[in-house]
Design a protein around this ligand. Structure first.
Ligand code: SR1
Ligand code: MG
Length: 422
C-alpha cells in the first residue's frame, strides 16, 4: 500500500489496498479477488475487518479520526493506533502468548494487521451466555502481574522506562476520555450520560453523596499522577477473547503509564457487573452456578495476580525501586517482604477504588455494558444495576477498611439477593 494520507478502509477497497503488503498476502493468499472481507467492529472507536483467503485469515483494525460511537462531532486522533501497536509489542514481550501476534503496522493509515483468533469469542459475550471459562482467572491474573510488574521501575532499567513513559505520555486524548467518562461525568448530569429511567432516585442519591464524589476525584488524581507502569488502560471483559483453553487480551489503545491497580480494578469491576447482571439472563434457566463461578473467578484472579507479583518481586526486582542492595544483599530478606506487603496493600486499596468508579460509569455514563443493556425488562435491569451501583459505592468509599474479597463478595451476594431499585 502506498504511503499516503489517511483513508478509511471499506469492505470493497480493502483487498486492493492491502494485497501488495507481503505480510498480509503471506497470511491470506496472493490473489485479492479471492479474499472475502467482513467489517465486524462493534466497539466504540474503530473499524475492524476479518479478511479470509485461501491461505488463512487476518484481522485488520483501523482507527477513525473520530469516536465511532458518537460520530464526527467528537474528533479523536489516529495516533491511538500507534500506542496500541507499541503496547501490543511490549505486552507480547512481558507476557508471551497473551496478545494477538502483529503482522504489520502502518502509522499513516492508523492500521494494524494482526492474528485472527479463532474460535475465540469476546469474554463479555461468553459471560452473558453463561459460559464458565476454566482458565480466565489464572491467565488474566498472570497477564496483569507480568505486564504491570515488568513495565515498572521495579523491573525495568530506569532510562528505558522513562523513555517509554515519555512516548506514551502523548496518548493524551485517550487518557482524557477516561478522566472524564470514568471519574467525573457519572457524578453529575453530564450531557452524554444516560441511565435506566427507574434508577432516577438512586442516581440523585449518588450524585449528592459527598464521600463518593470526593473518593471518585481521589481516584482520578491517582489515575492522572501515579505513572507507575504501562497499563492496558481499558481492561474490561470486552477487551479479552477466549476459548476454553486460550485467553488473549486485545485493544490496548488506551495504554499509558498509570497506576498498577487500574487494570486490576477495571477487570474485577467487569466481573462484578457480570455477576450482578445474571438475574437478567435467567430466561434459559437458573444462573446460580454462574454467579458462584464469577465470584470464584474474582478471588482467583486476585490471588493469582498477587502470587505472581510476589514471585516476580523475589526473582526479577532489577529496577531502581526497593533495591536488593538495601535488603537481600545485606541478608535482610524480611525487609524486602515487608516492602512487598506495603506495595501489594496499596494495589489492593486502590484496585477497590478503581473498581467502584468503573461500575458506576458503565451504568450512569456514556459507555454502557451489554451485560446490563441486553436485559430488555427495564425494571429488572434497574434492579441489577442498582445492586451494582450500591456495591460500587461501598467498595470505593470504604476501600481502606475492606480486609478481603470474601468480605465483599458476601456483600455482593446479599445485594444481589435483595436486588430492587429503591
Ligand atoms: C468514547 S469511548 C467510550 C469507552 O469505550 C472504550 O472502550 C473505553 O472504555 C471508553 O471509556
Ligand atoms: Mg476497546
Amino acid at each position: 500500500m502506498q504511503k499516503s494520507s489517511f483513508q478509511p478502509l471499506t469492505v470493497e477497497t480493502l483487498p486492493a489496498r492491502l494485497s501488495t503488503i507481503a505480510a498480509v498476502a503471506d497470511k491470506v493468499g496472493p490473489e485479492p479477488e479471492r479474499w472475502t472481507v467482513q467489517e465486524v467492529g462493534d466497539g466504540n472507536l474503530n473499524l475492524v475487518f476479518i479478511v479470509d483467503g485461501e491461505k488463512g485469515s487476518v484481522v485488520v483494525k483501523q482507527a477513525l479520526p473520530y469516536v465511532r460511537l458518537v460520530g464526527d462531532s467528537w474528533p479523536l486522533p489516529l495516533k491511538r493506533s500507534f500506542f496500541e501497536y507499541h503496547a501490543l509489542t511490549r505486552q507480547a514481550e512481558r507476557a508471551p502468548g497473551t496478545v494477538p501476534a502483529v503482522y504489520y503496522f502502518d502509522e499513516a493509515q492508523a492500521l494494524i494487521v494482526m492474528e485472527y483468533l479463532s474460535p475465540h469469542i469476546i469474554l463479555r459475550r461468553a459471560l452473558i451466555k453463561g459460559e464458565e471459562l476454566p482458565k480466565i482467572a489464572e491467565d488474566l491474573g498472570l497477564f496483569m502481574a507480568r505486564t504491570l510488574f515488568r513495565g515498572s521501575d521495579l523491573h525495568m532499567e530506569t532510562r528505558a522506562r522513562k523513555t517509554d513513559l515519555a512516548l506514551f505520555a502523548d496518548n493524551t486524548e485517550l487518557c482524557d476520555i477516561t478522566e472524564n467518562l470514568v471519574f467525573t461525568d457519572p457524578y453529575f448530569d453530564a450531557p452524554m450520560n444516560r441511565h435506566t429511567p427507574e434508577l432516577d432516585p438512586l442516581v440523585a442519591e449518588l450524585r449528592a453523596d459527598r464521600d463518593l464524589k470526593v473518593e471518585a476525584q481521589r481516584m482520578k488524581h491517582l489515575f492522572a499522577s501515579k505513572a507507575e507502569t504501562l497499563v492496558h488502560g481499558d481492561l474490561h471483559t470486552g477487551s479479552v477473547m477466549v476459548t476454553g483453553e486460550d485467553t488473549r487480551v486485545i485493544d490496548p489503545e488506551f495504554a499509558f503509564y498509570g497506576p498498577i491497580a487500574f487494570d486490576v480494578g477495571m477487570l474485577l469491576a467487569n466481573y462484578w457487573m457480570a455477576f450482578f447482571s445474571q438475574k437478567g439472563h435467567e430466561a434459559g434457566g437458573s444462573r446460580a452456578s454462574m454467579r458462584a463461578y464469577l465470584l470464584k473467578v474474582i478471588e482467583e484472579t486476585w490471588t493469582t495476580f498477587r502470587a505472581e507479583f510476589a514471585r516476580l518481586w523475589r526473582t526479577e526486582r532489577t529496577g531502581m525501586l526497593y533495591h536488593r542492595s538495601l535488603y537481600e544483599d545485606q541478608g535482610d530478606t524480611l525487609a524486602a517482604e515487608q516492602a512487598l506487603g506495603h506495595v501489594l496493600h496499596e494495589v489492593w486499596t486502590d484496585m477497590l477504588g478503581f473498581a467502584g468508579v468503573e461500575m458506576h460509569r458503565r451504568i450512569l455514563g456514556l459507555a454502557h455494558n451489554a451485560d446490563f443493556e441486553e436485559i430488555e425488562d427495564t425494571g429488572l435491569r434497574a434492579g441489577c444495576e442498582a445492586a451494582a451501583l450500591r456495591f460500587g459505592r461501598h467498595i470505593a468509599v470504604n476501600r481502606r477498611h475492606i480486609a478481603s474479597l470474601a468480605e465483599i463478595n458476601h456483600l455482593a451476594q446479599q445485594l444481589d439477593e435483595s436486588a430492587a431499585v429503591s
